[in-house]
Design a protein around this ligand. Structure first.
Ligand code: MG
Length: 372
């Protein structure tokens, strides 16, 4: 396809309530929407590194300027026929997976439109619906958390994830476990601990968790491998796996038994699929994570999650959980039934292709650019 024009929109989407993790508190989600235009067709991509470089070294304003100054000009006016060619066109710019993911995801959406193929089929997904999990950030009280987890259990969520940080740690976990002894659950530490905290992780072994997500530093693999050898609970990497190469190293070092794959963090859908394939061959489980994207970005995550080695329920949320109104239409909806677990139907979101609403972009826009 010939890339005629690229539009960039940095938006700050206000949350209904703050999202609290080990690295802090977000009152809005800063995201970057990318519109890739070829002839009369276009595709929307999204990448959501957050406003400050606290989840990873990237941040939305930085991603906006990198895309505007370097990455978008490198492909505009050119024929880009494959995701590999796109990747090669940007390869001399080091790192910056969130920025590259903006272009990669938009390329996949536009290409699947031009081929008249639902995105999840273009990616090779075999399923038409995916299981989703329930997630809980740090709350005002443990009682509030237990009530919320109870609601998730009543709604038949197959697993629950709890944010975990100093002060919201073992006592919180003990309270949840004693109320829900059989619940499949795990904790996400968002790189809040170090290897010196081994005694804490040994204590956690008794809670029979499915996994501990990203306990140690955001860029570490070696200490995770050391920790993995000294505890029984499987380690899942999130922040540390930001490329296919890092996934290869993590597998070689035995740093993890699970990988949470987010298209933004790894550079887009091309790398996400490659990491999925690599993990499948190595016997490492995968699941799809999210960054509280608008329904544009969430639909990319849903499409990705239809691949076969995504065996643990995904972090995909209904828009109404975090937003008064999603930036795009249609919003993400989770189908809760009386008999089965909550699911998202892939055809209902991965192939409808949510569209940002102009008036909502106007209301939440921080910065914009057109490259042609
Ligand atoms: Mg995580």
């Amino acid at each position: 396809m010939h890339i005629d024009k690229i539009e960039l929109y940095h938006v700050a989407m206000p949350l209904i309530y703050p999202w609290r993790t080990a690295y802090g508190e977000d009152k809005s989600i800063d995201s970057l929407l990318v519109k890739l235009i070829s002839g009369n067709e276009y595709g929307w991509g999204e990448t959501t590194p957050f406003a400050a470089p606290c989840y990873s070294p990237e941040w939305t304003s930085g991603v906006f300027h990198l895309l505007k100054q370097w990455l978008a000009p490198a492909i505009v006016g050119r024929e880009i026929e494959s995701p590999q060619q796109l990747d090669e066109s940007l390869a001399h710019y080091k790192g910056n997976p969130f920025a590259k993911a903006g272009l990669d995801t938009a390329w996949w959406v536009l290409d699947s439109k031009l081929r008249n193929l639902p995105l999840h089929r273009a990616l090779g997904g075999q399923r038409d619906r995916i299981d989703v999990g329930a997630d809980f950030g740090v709350m005002d009280s443990v009682d509030d958390l237990i009530e919320a987890v109870g609601t998730a259990v009543d709604s038949r969520f197959k697993r629950v994830k709890l944010k975990f940080r100093p002060g919201w740690d073992v006592d919180m976990l003990a309270a949840v476990r004693s109320n829900f002894p059989d619940l499949t659950m795990h904790i996400d530490c968002n790189s809040g601990y170090r290897l010196d905290d081994l005694p804490l992780f040994r204590k956690i072994d008794k809670f029979n968790l499915a996994m501990i997500e990203q306990p140690l530093a955001h860029d570490d693999l070696v200490d995770h491998a050391k920790l993995a050898k000294q505890i029984d609970t499987p380690i899942c990497l999130d922040e540390s796996v930001n490329s296919l190469g890092r996934a290869q190293q993590a597998i070689e070092l035995e740093s993890c038994r699970w990988v949470n794959i987010k298209p933004g963090r790894v550079g887009g859908l091309t790398a996400a699929r490659a990491i999925h394939d690599l993990c499948r061959e190595a016997g490492i489980g995968c699941w799809v994570g999210g960054m509280l994207e608008s329904s544009v970005g969430a639909s990319l995550c849903v499409a990705l999650a239809t691949l076969e080695n995504f065996t643990y329920p995904a972090d995909i949320f209904p828009s109404s959980r975090f937003y008064e109104q999603d930036l795009a239409n249609p919003p993400v909806e989770i189908a809760v039934s009386d008999t089965g677990p909550p699911q998202v139907e892939a055809p209902n979101i991965a192939s409808i292709e949510p569209q940002p609403v102009d008036e909502r972009i106007e209301r939440h826009c921080v910065d914009r650019a057109v490259i042609e």
